[in-house]
Write a protein that binds this ligand. Structure first.
Ligand SMILES: [Zn+2]
Length: 70
């Protein structure tokens, strides 16, 4: 069973491993850890990297500042 646990890093999904009388053992790996995932993707567009992306050596995604903080 996947439950949410409040941690110092915010809420995390954990897997309940064993429930005892006073405590519960949980696994903190992602619920999909260890499972082979297969994606079927289609490239619908490409664009040139921005100067900032080239200097950072990674993509910054399509939504400005939505997934990038540094
Ligand atoms: Zn960057």
């Amino acid at each position: 069973m996947v439950v949410k646990v409040n941690t110092s890093d915010g809420l995390r999904d954990v897997i309940t491993v064993k429930v005892g009388k006073f405590n519960a053992d949980v696994g903190i790996n992602h619920p999909l850890a260890g499972i082979t995932l297969t994606f079927d993707v289609e490239i619908i567009d490409i664009r040139a990297a921005t100067d900032e992306e080239i200097s950072h050596r990674h993509s910054h995604g399509w939504v400005p500042s939505a997934c990038h903080q540094h």
